[in-house]
Each structure stands twice: as C-alpha cells, then as structure tokens.
Design a protein around this ligand. Structure first.
Ligand code: FES
Length: 180
C-alpha cells in the first residue's frame, strides 16, 4: 500500500520554496534545463512533490502539464516520497533469467506493496529497476547503494527481517536517549 496520502500532504506543506528558488537560480539563463532542475529538486527533497510542480512551472514559464509530463515520462522521477529503505530489484536480463520475478513476489508478499509503492509506516519502498551493472552477481537487490548478490526469496525475506531489526534497535536507542 502506498503512503502517499496524509503524510504526503503534511510534507507538501513543508516544501522549501527558497531552496527551490536557489535550484532555479543555479540554471538561470540556460535553455532546456527543466530535466536538470527536476533532478536537483528530487535530490533535495527525495521526490517531486505535486505542489512543487505548479511552483516550478510558474517560475520556469511553462505549463504544469509539461513538467508533469516529464516527471511521469522518465522513470528516474518519483511523485511520492520513498521509504527509509529502498529495495531496488534488478530486472535486467541476467537477473530476470536468474529469478528476479520471484524476488519481486517475495517482497510484495512480505511487505504488501507492489513495485513503486511504499509501506504505510514509510520504512520500505520497492522499485523494479533495469540492470544495475553487476550481472555476475545476479539476481541482485540493491539497498542503500549496497548490492545484495545471488538473492533468493528466502534471502530477501531474511534481509527485510534484518532491516526491521535494525530499525527497532535504532528506535530503542532513540527512545533511551530521550529518557536520559
Ligand atoms: S541484469 Fe541485474 S545486474 Fe545486470
């Protein structure tokens, strides 16, 4: 299930417009920079909030539909925030023939999300991506920039369990700090 509703609305209220202005100013006078600006905005915010589309359109003197069209056309852009842990399942040829589909299915079952969705607690996102460049390790799942090699459904479930444990541990540490 996606986490796009209430929390997204809350986050959209906090759009740092001054920082968006800085991004736009960085490319002032350059033609055809919309994609670059959107890349920078996504780097800044983690995704392209819908409210920022209208704002950017006004500042760049283009229609919101044009920006929305770019964001939805290119797979690199996201319209919703991603979870703390982004499970990127490689679906390139080598991974596909070595069982990537079974990994996607295992993640879906374990987290109750489909590709491109985020769990309700905002912890996990699953993304289905093209070749990540380490085909000899196929099938691969990348989390936080680390490629997990030769994955199986059991190993991917184990990985999710480890990430959940890590999260519980860091929440415990945080709670202990607040008590002190
Ligand atoms: S196909 Fe998955 S790493 Fe290349």
């Amino acid at each position: 299930m996606t986490s796009g509703c209430a929390c997204q609305a809350a986050e959209e209220k906090d759009i740092p417009y001054a920082q968006l202005d800085e991004v736009i100013a960085r490319y002032k006078g350059e033609a055809a920079v919309i994609i670059t600006i959107l890349q920078d905005v996504q780097e800044l915010l983690g995704y392209i909030p819908k409210q920022s589309i209208a704002y950017l359109a006004e500042k760049l003197h283009v229609s919101p539909a044009k920006i929305y069209g770019i964001v939805t056309f290119y797979a690199q852009f996201r319209l919703a925030p991603i979870g703390k842990y982004n499970l990127m399942v490689c679906e390139g040829t080598a991974c596909h023939v070595n069982g990537a589909k079974a990994l996607t299915r295992a993640i879906s079952e374990e987290l109750n999300i489909a590709g491109g969705e985020t769990t309700g607690d905002g912890l996990f996102t699953m993304e289905r991506v093209a070749c990540v460049g380490c085909c000899s390790l196929a099938p691969v799942v990348v989390v936080d920039g680390e490629a997990h090699a030769n994955m199986t459904p059991a190993r991917v479930r184990q990985l999710i369990g480890q990430l959940r444990e890590k999260e519980q541990h860091s929440q415990g540490v945080q709670a202990a700090k607040e008590v002190q």
